[in-house]
Design a binder for this molecule. Structure first.
Ligand code: FAD
Length: 332
């Protein structure tokens, strides 16, 4: 550990929402922080990134990290004060309200905006982009940790010493795998089509007037529509964008690579749009059809881990926490 006021040096693997949040929390707690992220530059998106709902506790924590610019979180998000659930009749293509909670206290952000806000509030020199974490070992009777990473641009392997290793490397965490080699993700049985429609240039179109008529409280409401064997979520994001999510039960696909987000081709998108026209109300199916680059998340979970830290290594974010989405407290 370093001298006065400093707790030591933390090496964080993963510069997504969990990693960047830890960078804030640890910096405030007096740690020197270094973030290793394999993507080549500060991302403007994420495999799991579209709309993000922030409950009041998340809002409070994020505000505490932005002491000089509290207004920024408000500018980056919009308040969702209503939570309304509908039931959809897929044959008649109509929906009606089931429940309505007017004391909802969430804010909606786009993943990239929230990430950008948190990123720019930190010194840029604590981020090492384009650094692929390879391995680590604990030394000095658990006193410190040596991390090996590959600089992707040059192929050079570098060693970084720290006092704490934070694994924020997502649900496929290789650091978790080292401690829990038998751990396996469990497919939940469903996946989520997701997308964000930018309507800034089509505000007066039939699609937007139609969706506003069908969902009159868009802009302040989180809508859920339950239909037979499926459900959807819809809410507005800042800067004239609509975030939608459509859960579909289906067998597990072979998800290649290191992500639970599947690369989708135009055939899959077309089939999804046709299915949307069959089961959803036409106003929502139209929004889905007009969304560019929708993507597909396969949803995995696991039983809670018995342990999330070993020696001076700790798992954060999705690395330790895999629960089915309905069990979480965020709006999806
Ligand atoms: C359909 C769906 C909807 C959701 N909606 C919400 C919501 O509304 N609100 C909410 O709070 N949450 C929501 N979530 C959950 C949320 O998206 C995740 O909990 C969150 O993205 C996890 O962040 P993370 O930083 O832990 O992991 P990730 O975002 O997966 O980041 C892991 C990072 O680690 C990096 N990395 C991995 N391996 C290495 C390596 N070897 N070397 C260097 N870097 C590495 C990756 O490049 C990546 O940047 C949703 C999830 C899904 C699937």
């Amino acid at each position: 550990m370093d001298g006065e006021g400093k707790r030591g040096k933390a090496v964080i693997v993963g510069g997504s929402i969990a990693g960047i949040s830890c960078a804030h929390a640890l910096t405030l707690a007096g740690w020197d922080v270094l973030v290793l992220e394999k993507t080549p530059s500060s991302p403007t998106g994420s495999p799991t990134g579209a709309g993000l709902g922030l409950n009041s506790f998340s809002q409070q924590i994020i505000q505490s990290w932005l002491p000089h610019s509290q207004q920024l979180l408000h500018n980056t998000t919009i308040p969702l004060t209503i939570d309304q659930n509908h039931v959809t009749d897929s044959e008649k293509k109509v929906h009606c309200a089931l429940t309505r909670d007017e004391s909802f206290n969430f804010r909606a952000a786009h993943w990239a905006d929230l990430h950008g806000l948190l990123y720019t509030a930190l010194p840029s020199d604590i981020f090492l982009w384009g650094h692929l974490f390879l391995s680590f070992h604990v030394v000095d009777g658990k006193g410190s940790v040596i991390v090996k990473a590959k600089v992707l641009e040059t192929g050079k392997v570098v060693e970084i010493a720290g006092d704490l290793l934070v694994a924020a490397d997502g649900c496929l965490s290789s650091i978790r795998q080292k401690y829990l080699p038998d751990f396996k993700l469990r497919y939940s049985g469903y996946c989520a089509w997701r997308g964000v429609l930018d309507f800034s240039k089509i505000e007066n179109s039939e699609t937007i007037t139609g969706i506003r008529k069908a969902y009159p409280d868009l802009g302040k409401c989180l809508y859920f529509d339950l239909a037979s064997g499926t459900h959807t979520g819809l809410y507005e994001l800042p800067n004239k964008r609509l975030n939608w999510i459509w859960y579909v039960n289906q067998p597990e696909a072979e998800v290649k690579g290191t992500s639970v987000t599947m690369k989708v081709n135009s055939d899959m998108i077309q089939k999804m749009q046709q299915e949307a026209e069959k089961v959803l109300i036409p106003e929502l199916a139209k929004v889905i059809k007009e969304t560019r680059e929708p993507f597909l998340n396969f949803i995995y979970d696991s039983d809670p881990l018995e342990k999330i830290f070993w020696d001076n290594v700790v798992l954060v974010g999705d690395a330790p926490l895999l629960t089915v989405l309905e069990a979480q407290t965020c709006p999806y």
